[in-house]
Ligand binder design. Structure first.
Ligand code: XIL
Length: 494
């Protein structure tokens, strides 16, 4: 028989052991995505939309969970250089300032693309003039963010599904060399940023598009064209599930001497298996530096109808969140020294662990850096402030609507607003009526509102003036069901 005192000591000892056991369990797992990813030297990011920074439910989750941010639309060409030579960084800076004030880093997205580009870019013609326009844009934007962004998506979505080059304004006017010229220009403009090529549907190793991109990166490495990273967007839609070869694809790109990252992840209905497997695939490749999901809550997603993110519309973590967090917590640490400390990890990461790359290998391999083909400071074509419109006369306009991208139940558009008169506009308004099955999601370069089937798009403060005979462009994203008919637009101007 044990004495009462002996039993007390035993009980206290057991309780102590239990407590130590519980503490060990508690501290062995980080409780946020960013902290969990940081354990293996990676980051976990999200797209951030400047229009939502006033929503505290949104910013609370974003600041707590993520340690990398990609501006969803704010650093795209139509946002940063809506008029040639006039750079506007207000929205991009809003995202940058919000992120950095929370200790979060920012990935630049994107400099050269076929979509969300201003009409002056689509109107470029001739090889030399198009190249000059591209280089001015890269230089102007990169100068503003020089040394501030660890990664830049220099060229986005330049390949067709069959592995050939997409016939956009850059390819059509400059030819195959435009991508390497973009990377060379970018290296000269900001030597500190890692320069990435970014695309979708390049997750499956045996897919023609993956091979097309791989061969380009391999060729760049062979010839010393500066490229540091490949972003795999990883938009997993109903039709394209995560392929079993995904990890092979990541490893094969990494073996070329580039970082790889999952840059825009979302998965139809946040399928737990796909989220788990894509996380594990990244963790298994030492040069996979991080994962970025394309939005915070389902309601913030460009594919909101498919509920593809880790938090539901009320901000509750979904099953996929737990699966991703667990997968991140199970990652082997890159060094033998444990990252974790004795006290439990706080839930709110006001100052997150600095982001380091997973691999000790230097980012750039031995290939010589080629001499940049342009100098860093271009002559702006126009200066900062729009010319005020002349008084007198009546302004008039017309507008065209083009569906840029369409997938599942979503689409994006480019709308061009043409000044059909000789008097510069002071304001412009484009209206149309949808068939009843389209719903506006968000816009850039115009303030768009929908009331029933009627949609109204008004100019922003910075693009109200369209010179006589000139044009400007805005775009928006919407969802639809059934068919997606193009409406007839009306335009009015003052
Ligand atoms: C999407 C944004 O999420 C939407 O808000 C916008 O309407 C259209 O663009 N590939 C990319 C991203 O590189 O920039 C796109 O983002 C999604 C597809």
């Amino acid at each position: 028989m044990l004495s009462i005192r002996a039993r007390r000591i035993l009980a206290a000892g057991l309780a102590g052991l239990l407590l130590v056991g519980m503490m060990t369990t508690a501290v062995s797992a980080a409780s946020t995505l960013g902290a969990a990813a940081a354990q293996s030297g990676r980051y976990f990011g999200t797209a951030i939309n400047s229009g939502k920074l006033g929503d505290s439910a949104y910013t609370t989750i974003a600041a707590r969970e993520f340690n990398m941010v990609t501006p969803e639309n704010e650093m795209k060409p139509d946002a940063t250089e809506p008029t040639r030579g006039t750079f506007t960084f207000s929205a991009g800076d809003q995202v940058y300032n919000w992120a950095t004030s929370h200790g979060i880093k920012v990935r630049g997205h994107t400099l050269v693309w076929h979509s969300q580009i201003p009409s002056w870019m689509t109107s470029l013609s001739g090889s030399a003039a198009t190249l000059a326009g591209m280089q001015e844009h890269i230089n102007g934007v990169m100068a503003h963010y020089k040394s501030k962004l660890p990664y830049w998506d220099v060229v986005n979505e330049a390949f067709n599904e069959d592995g050939t080059r997409r016939a956009d304004v850059w390819q059509n006017n400059i030819g195959n060399s435009y991508i390497e010229q973009a990377f060379q220009t970018a290296r000269a403009a900001d030597g500190a940023a890692k320069l990435c090529y970014n695309d979708y549907n390049i997750e499956n190793w045996s897919y023609a598009k993956t091979q097309g991109v791989y061969n380009m990166v391999k060729d760049f490495k062979t010839r010393g064209i500066p490229i540091d990273c490949v972003g795999l967007q990883t938009h997993m839609t109903g039709g394209s599930s995560l392929p079993s070869s995904f990890q092979t694809t990541l490893s094969n790109f990494a073996a070329l001497g580039v970082d790889v990252a999952l840059t825009e992840t979302d998965v139809t209905n946040a399928d737990v298996t796909q989220y788990t497997n894509l996380t594990k695939a990244c963790l298994a490749v030492s040069r996979c530096v991080g994962i970025t999901v394309w939005g915070v809550r389902d309601s913030d997603s460009w594919r909101s109808g498919e509920s593809p993110l880790l938090f539901d519309g009320s901000g509750n973590p979904k099953a996929a969140y737990t699966a991703v967090l667990n997968a991140l917590n199970g990652a082997p640490s890159p060094t033998p020294t444990p990252v974790r400390t004795a006290s439990p990890t706080p839930i709110v990461t006001a100052s997150p662990t600095p982001i380091v790359t997973a691999s000790p290998t230097p980012i750039r391999t031995g290939a010589p850096t080629p001499t940049p083909i342009v100098t860093a400071s271009p002559t702006p074509v126009r200066t900062g402030t729009p010319t005020p419109p002349p008084s007198g006369g009546t302004a008039s306009c017309s507008a065209t609507y083009h569906i840029d991208n369409q997938w599942g139940n979503g689409f994006t558009t480019a709308v061009t607003v043409n000044n059909t008169g000789t008097v510069a506009t002071k304001t412009w308004t484009v209206t149309w009526t949808w068939g009843g099955n389209q719903t506006f999601v968000n816009s850039w370069n115009a303030a768009v509102t929908q009331s029933g089937t009627a949609v109204t798009a008004k100019n922003m403060a910075y693009n109200n003036v369209i010179a006589g005979g000139g044009n400007t462009a805005f775009g928006f994203q919407a969802s639809f069901t059934g068919t997606n008919a193009t409406p007839t637009l009306s335009c009015s101007a003052t």
